[in-house]
Design a protein around this ligand. Sequence first.
Ligand code: PGA
Length: 234
Amino acid sequence: MLIAGNWKMFKGPAETAEFCVELKRHEADFEEIDVAVSPPFTSLAVAVQILAGTDIAVAAQNVHWEPEGAFTGEVSAPMLRELGVYGAIVGHSERRQFFGETDEGVAKRTRAALDAGLSVIACVGETEAEREAGETDDVLRRQVSVLEAEDNLVVAYEPIWAIGTGKTATPEIAQEAHAFIKGLLDVPVLYGGSVKPDNAAELLAQPDVDGALVGGASLDVESFAAICLTATRS
Ligand code: PGA
């Protein structure tokens, strides 16, 4: 079971330091689960430094497929490794929606990150319109087909209509999508989309839900720790 916090474009180094110091105090309560936080690039170093020596991992929110080169605004897997970062989120729906990320790009970023020794959380998920049109399986099949199963790869199922909206997928919807994804690719599958302390238990109780990618509720250390504790008990 993995609980990963996706901070998106929140928390500079000072706030990150404060959060990580607090989170460390909760660490002893997180039994038999993996916990990761994903700060913005500029806050990765301080998170790595403060969480060193704990089992809480630090992941980036994106990673480029080339080790270096003329790619303004991008950060490579070897650069993240040098910093002590353990993994990266790839293909988040906000990357796909606002920054033109394609399935092909997601595949390249994932491949390069895994080859460089990073763990990857690759995100997939359908829009509300796609779900209503009965296209969920086709979309998931297309997005998952570019990935290959590997030890350090985890998929996050994040229905776009549930992200930041407060509309969580029902545990049944999540379970169905997770089982479908696992039928395509044999990797752990996290659920993401409005996961909160009060709905985490029923989502994490589903047989094919292997953890959560938490956005908004991961920004507050107490609510993130509460979700981690729920996972410990699941
Ligand atoms: P949310 O975001 O928990 O705020 O819905 C999840 C995500 O985008 O990873």
